[in-house]
Design a binder for this molecule. Structure first.
Ligand SMILES: *Cc1c(COP(=O)(O)O)cnc(C)c1O
Length: 393
């Protein structure tokens, strides 16, 4: 195999440099482990940023994709397929969506958000509300709802009439939502912001205000959905139903997919024939993969596993760790006095893949199949990793 050094050199000569220099050149994965082209193994505690829900090479996913590839990979939206219908029905059941609800399949998270933005325009209103420190994706519509100035400003003007409000601030939300609001977009746990959970009270207030003013409540569950937090969808812990929900990342275990779920007939029928579309969206390959992921989460009780394994990170008595945040297997470790990028690099050297989600916090979003023993190896190694990252005293 070509060496990492050579491939990285050729990468910089062949790719648009939007991601900077990649950290590794990976060759393969098995379970929660990945191997780079030089043969070094790593415990994958990020799973492609909350994507490889079943880890790497899970037999149920491999078999479903292989079988579906033999039958039909793509058919266009002039036609439909059994996997597409079954996956839509399954998502509606898991979401406890009322009669008349529906699913639109896309190919990525940002595309699911775009569909939600178009849905919101069909209310006849155009004002959108999102939260400060939100992340909803990189396409121009999704970007307009993404708070980080460094992502947004180079591409302005974006769609207008977006208001950002501080998260978990009830008064600010009351002041912002009114009869001109088309939709309020909320990540129940703000992943890219450093795994910052919103309170159940805040989610309920969001439901109450949007209902009162005839605005749509959209939960972006692209990172938090599909079992990641120990619930099928994170908002289920707060016992509120949105008008729409976006999904992507974990849904097909790594095969590209996105979905917009619309709740109830009044919302679902806002989009009618000709209003939206996607060439690849809802293709049988991605939908068969999605079904295999949902079946496996259920069969292997991976919701329960996310809760019990994730609980090992509820508290960490390790020097250099100030707090931990998150739920299930979406977690942040907040560091004190140690830059997160240095900790990420030291972890990688020690054979663990984690992510410096902010300058001071590491994010863990491992496969939902992670065992307690696997996670414990990281916890045991953490004091030394942070010692290396802190540098010579
Ligand atoms: C990753 C993510 C997106 C964007 O998804 P893409 O597939 O990268 O377009 C949107 N919202 C949230 C909450 C995400 O975590």
């Amino acid at each position: 195999m070509t060496s990492a050094g050579e491939l990285l050199h050729r990468y910089s000569g062949a790719m648009v440099q939007v991601f900077g220099q990649p950290q590794l050149v990976l060759a393969s994965g098995h379970g929660c482990w990945v191997t780079d082209v030089d043969g070094k193994r790593y415990l994958d505690l990020l799973s492609g940023i909350a994507v490889n829900a079943l880890g790497h090479g899970h037999p149920a996913l491999v078999q479903a994709v292989t079988k579906q590839a033999e039958q039909a990979i793509h058919i266009s939206n002039f036609f439909t397929s059994e996997p597409a219908v079954l996956l839509a029905e399954r998502l509606l059941t898991l979401a406890q969506a009322p009669a008349g609800s529906g699913v639109f399949f896309a190919n990525s998270g940002a595309e699911a958000i775009e569909a939600a933005i178009k849905l919101s325009r069909r209310t006849g209103r155009s004002r959108l509300i999102a939260l400060e420190s939100s992340f909803h994706g990189r396409t121009t519509g999704a970007l307009a709802l993404t708070h980080k100035a460094a992502y947004r400003e180079p591409f302005e003007p974006l769609i207008p009439e977006v208001t950002f409000v501080p998260p978990d601030d009830a008064d600010a939300l009351r002041a912002a939502v009114d009869d001109t609001t088309a939709a309020l977009f909320i990540e129940p746990i703000q992943g890219e912001a450093g795994v910052r959970e919103l309170s159940a009270d805040y989610l309920r207030l969001a439901r109450e205000l949007t209902s009162r003013h005839g605005a749509l409540l959209v939960f972006d569950e692209i990172q938090t959905g599909i079992g990641r937090t120990g619930h099928w969808f994170a908002h289920q812990a707060a016992d509120v139903l949105p008008d729409a929900m976006t999904l992507a990342k974990g849904l097909a275990g790594g095969v590209p997919i996105g979905a917009l779920v619309t709740f109830g007939g009044d919302v679902t029928t806002l989009l009618g024939a000709g209003h939206h579309g996607s060439t690849f969206g809802g293709n049988p390959l991605a939908c068969a993969a999605g079904l295999a992921v949902l079946d496996t989460i259920e069969r292997e009780d991976l919701l329960g596993n996310a809760r019990t394994v994730g609980a090992l990170l509820d508290t960490l008595a390790v020097p250099g760790v100030s707090t931990t945040r998150g739920r299930g297997l979406l977690r942040a470790i907040e560091l004190s006095g140690i830059p997160a990028p240095a900790a990420m690099a030291a972890a990688r050297e020690a054979g663990f893949i984690v992510n410096a989600v902010t300058p001071t916090a590491l994010r863990l979003a491992p496969p939902l199949i992670l065992t307690q023993a696997e996670l414990q190896t990281f916890i045991d190694a953490l004091p030394e990793i942070l010692g290396v990252a802190a540098g010579p005293a």
